[in-house]
Design a protein around this ligand. Structure first.
Ligand code: NAP
Length: 291
């Protein structure tokens, strides 16, 4: 069984990005710049944004962290996004989700100019993805595709089952795996909370992507021998024995599934790190399109 190590795969991608940014610096050109907006002080969101900023630094991309209190009004937020849209120094804009209940998430997503939409959540980015056009791919499914590429896992001709149909993970994942591309061409089944016989469908998967947000949901009896298992889930589960009072759990019961799998991503240390790599690649892509 092969552990698909997000640390190793993302380090390889980051090294290449670092070299590309170093060339930009050498040519004395403007440095790529990501603006991240964080609202409130949700612990998980704080961690994700801090990690994005730190990873930008590591490869030489500039970043600005813009913070608002959780009671910020929608107009103030939209005005800030508009300011960043027109700022020639900013290449990519991300607004960390989830947003407080009084803010319309869709409005915020659509306020980001599609040329700076490095999260790939704008309907224009999503539409382009469906049509196989060059676009910003949402960072998590993009990171998973980069992971498959790193380990040269070819989905072509395989049956991929994706559990989850969200706009940020499951749905774009299913599109990428079924696309006519080098690491696509799988036959894809997408499952959700209304799917009957989920276990039976999962058992048919050569590639199983779990993105439902239910810790330990995928058990050994749902996985075919020799399957490739991609665990997207990240849930904080209370654990008083842990230093922080919680542990991060994936959607796959790793200990019982790993012995059956040909390859599997751990949580933590798998898809989460690849997500950052996907975001960094999108930021550099936005920069290159702006220059
Ligand atoms: N590693 C990373 O970088 C990363 C990035 C993003 C998200 N995540 C994690 O990935 C997980 C999913 O995130 P998300 O944003 O896609 O979540 P989401 O928006 O809540 O979507 C969950 C999807 O799973 C489906 N689902 C829920 N329970 C199910 C069940 N019992 N059987 C079958 N399908 C079920 C839902 O079906 P319905 O549509 O029918 O409700 C929905 O489509 C979360 O743990 C999240 O924290 C990780």
């Amino acid at each position: 069984m092969l552990v698909l190590d997000g640390k190793i795969a993302s380090a390889a991608i980051k090294e290449k990005l670092q070299q590309e940014v170093a060339l930009i610096v050498e040519k004395k050109q403007r440095i790529p710049h990501l603006a991240a907006i964080l609202i409130g002080n949700n612990g998980a969101s704080e961690t994700y944004v801090a990690s994005k900023v730190k990873n930008c630094e590591e490869v030489g991309i500039e970043s600005s962290l813009i913070r608002f209190e959780s009671d910020v009004d929608q107009t103030t937020l939209l005005n800030k996004i508009e300011e960043l849209n027109t700022d020639a120094n900013i290449d990519g804009i991300l607004v960390q989700l989830p947003l407080p209940g009084h803010i319309n998430e869709q409005k915020v997503i659509e306020a980001i100019h599609p040329t700076k939409d490095v999260d790939g959540f704008h309907p224009i980015s999503a539409g382009k993805l469906v049509q196989g056009m060059q676009t910003f791919i949402p960072a998590t499914p993009y990171g998973i595709m980069l992971m498959l590429e790193h380990y040269n896992i070819q989905p072509k001709g395989k049956h991929a089952v994706v559990i989850g149909r969200s706009n940020i993970v499951g749905r774009p994942m299913s599109i990428l795996l079924s696309s006519n591309t080098k690491y696509g061409n799988a036959t894809v089944t997408i499952c959700h909370s209304h799917t009957p016989n989920l276990a039976e469908i999962c058992l048919q998967a050569d590639i199983l992507v779990a993105a439902l947000g239910k810790p330990g949901f995928v058990k050994a009896n749902m996985v075919k021998d020799g399957a490739i298992v991609i665990d997207v889930g990240i849930t904080r589960v209370e654990d008083n024995t842990a230093k922080k009072g919680f542990r991060i759990k994936g959607d796959v019961a790793y200990d019982e599934v790993a012995p059956k799998a040909a390859a599997i991503t751990p949580v933590p240390g798998g898809v989460g790190l690849m997500t950052i790599a996907g975001l960094l690649k999108n930021t550099l892509q936005a920069y290159q399109q702006h220059q």
